[in-house]
Every structure is written in structure tokens, then in C-alpha cells.
Design a protein around this ligand. Structure first.
Ligand code: NDP
Length: 282
């Protein structure tokens, strides 16, 4: 059996078409959705990420504001700028690109963003709302993974889902979203002995470790849905994920490629959250 490849680019395009429609409807009502993206410092990967986010806004009818500051920006000045954006009626979502320079406390910065504009869903309040089922913004990457799983037509109800990784931005919210969808959820991490024991029982595996070959074919139940969040480089410098894609696609039922799986969905869900923020305000 060869797995069906879950095409993140295609799903992303479909969702972005809906985003563009909703953005146009909001704009017609005088409320063009707006995203502010703040970059502090010159990290080359971050420069690419923020450029892609701004371009995605422009392509889909959202207003975007890109603010770049040099690495010496003080924490106090950044917090003041965020306070201004919290009160700016043109801005519905605020995103501060991580990582920040060492002298700036990322927690302080995230907590300074108004919960109404926390489209990354990283604040303690958003995390608490997700935990308690009160709504709030879902972190973009796990939210995108849920859409990818949904697109397979495989129902999560009563299924066993294993999440590998427990970061606050990917693993933990991923597990909560799967739980909300009525899956039985196991969370594994670097201290989990015999990872394969857990993954072999899983109908759905989400790998988010940042380690190549965390999941190999012998660790996958035939027919399982495999979602690969990881972004790594192989020995030839080629982009690859956390799972052994070529071998696992002969065992799994559905699998995301890297690139072209989870990656494009993350920015798409950022647009969706920004639209939602603007709609909530209306
Ligand atoms: P973190 O480094 O914050 O977390 C990695 C997690 O994986 C930790 O919980 C760690 O366990 C666990 N882990 C590491 N090695 C193993 C192992 N061998 N077995 C089991 N668990 C392990 O990373 P992130 O969550 O931020 O990101 C994970 C990956 O996803 C990265 O490659 C990142 O680049 C990628 N990513 C991709 C995005 C996209 O848009 N496609 C967006 C965000 C992230 P422990 O807690 O015990 O240390």
C-alpha cells in the first residue's frame, strides 16, 4: 500500500481563497483585516518568515504592517510599540517574530499583546482558553495540522493519536486540539522510552521534534495518518522532516511531505486567525 500524500500547498490555496473572500467582505464593511508583524534583529531565517507573512497578507487582501527594528531595540521600547498597536484600530493581529535578542524577555512581549490580537495564540490566556475549551486563538502550526488531518476524511473520534514533542507552540497545543476532536491522545518526548511502542498503536502520529528520522517505518501502524511538522536538513543540505518519508509512505495511509505539507499551512492559519480577529471585532 502506498500512502496518499496530503498536499499542504493545495489545501492552503483552498483556505486562502476563503480568507480572501472574507477579507473582501470585511473591507466592504470598512474593516479591512490588518496584521502587524514585528521583527527585531537580523536573523536571516526570520527575515524570510516575516517577508512570507507580509506577502501572504498582500496576496489575500489583508492590510499588513511590517516593522523592522535593529537588534539593540530596548525591551521597554518594544513593549511601548506593542501597546500602541493594541490600540490601533487598523490592526487586528499582532505577531512578534521569534527568536528575540537575548536582552528581551519573550514572555513579557507575548503577554503584552492584547488577547484580542494574539493571532499566534502564544499567550498564557490563549493557552488557557485552549486548555479549557473557551475558544481563543489556536496556535497556527497545530491548527494547520488539524486542517490537514481533516482533509484526509479520517475521523478522529475514538482514534488513538500520538504527538511526539511537547513544546508550548506545537506539541502541547496539538495534543489539546486532538483531544478536543475526541481522539485518545498520548504525548511523547525526549524522555519517552521506546517511542515505537506508542507510535505503533497510533491511528494518527504528529511528529514535532526537529530531529530527522524520529519516526521510521517499523514504528508506524499500517494505514495511519502521519503528520510531519519538523524542518531539518539531510546530509546533502536538502530540506526534510522528522519522519522517514520514503519508507513510511509504503506503510501509512496518509502522510504529509516536507516541504509542501505543514509548512504552507502555518502562514495560512495565521491569516485565518487574523480574519477571525477582525470578524470578532465587528
Ligand atoms: P522544540 O525544540 O521546542 O521541541 C521539540 C520537542 O521534541 C521537545 O518536546 C522534545 O522533548 C521532543 N523531542 C526531541 N527529540 C526527541 C526524540 N528523539 N524523541 C521524542 N521526542 C523528542 O521544537 P518545536 O516544537 O518548536 O518544533 C519542532 C519542529 O517543528 C522543529 O523542526 C521546527 O523547526 C518545526 N516547526 C515547523 C513549523 C512549520 O511551520 N512547519 C512551525 C513550528 C515548528 P523534550 O521536551 O523532552 O526536550
Amino acid at each position: 500500500m502506498t500512502a496518499q500524500i496530503i498536499d499542504g500547498n493545495q489545501l492552503s490555496q483552498q483556505l486562502r481563497a476563503d480568507v480572501a473572500k472574507r477579507a473582501a467582505a470585511l473591507t466592504a464593511k470598512g474593516k479591512q483585516p490588518g496584521l502587524a508583524v514585528i521583527l527585531v534583529g537580523e536573523d536571516p531565517a526570520s527575515q524570510v518568515y516575516v517577508r512570507n507573512k507580509v506577502k501572504a497578507c498582500e496576496d489575500n487582501g489583508l492590510y499588513s504592517l511590517l516593522e523592522k527594528y535593529d537588534a539593540e531595540l530596548s525591551e521597554a521600547d518594544l513593549l511601548t510599540r506593542i501597546a500602541d498597536l493594541n490600540n490601533d484600530s487598523k490592526i487586528h493581529g499582532i505577531l512578534v517574530q521569534m527568536p528575540l535578542p537575548k536582552h528581551i524577555d519573550p514572555t513579557k512581549v507575548i503577554e503584552a499583546i492584547s488577547p484580542r490580537k494574539d493571532v499566534d495564540g502564544y499567550s498564557v490566556l490563549s493557552a488557557g482558553e485552549l486548555l479549557t475549551g473557551l475558544g481563543g486563538f489556536r496556535p497556527c502550526t497545530p491548527y494547520g495540522c488539524m486542517k490537514l488531518i481533516e482533509s484526509t476524511g479520517v475521523s478522529l473520534k475514538g482514534k488513538h493519536a500520538v504527538v511526539i514533542g511537547r513544546s508550548n507552540t506545537v506539541g502541547k497545543p496539538m495534543a489539546l486540539l486532538l483531544l478536543q476532536a475526541n481522539a485518545t491522545v498520548t504525548i511523547c518526548h525526549s524522555g519517552t522510552p521506546d517511542l515505537g511502542y506508542h507510535t505503533r498503536q497510533a491511528d494518527v502520529v504528529v511528529a514535532a521534534t526537529g530531529r530527522r528520522n524520529t519516526l521510521t517505518a517499523d514504528m508506524v501502524k499500517p494505514g495511519a495518518v502521519v503528520i510531519d511538522v519538523g524542518i531539518n536538513r539531510d546530509d546533502n543540505g536538502k530540506l526534510c522532516g522528522d519522519v522517514d518519508f520514503h519508507a513510511i509512505k509504503e506503510v501509512a495511509g496518509h502522510i504529509t511531505p516536507v516541504p509542501g505539507g505543514v509548512g504552507p499551512m502555518t502562514i495560512t492559519m495565521l491569516l485565518v486567525n487574523t480574519i477571525e480577529a477582525a470578524e470578532r471585532e465587528l
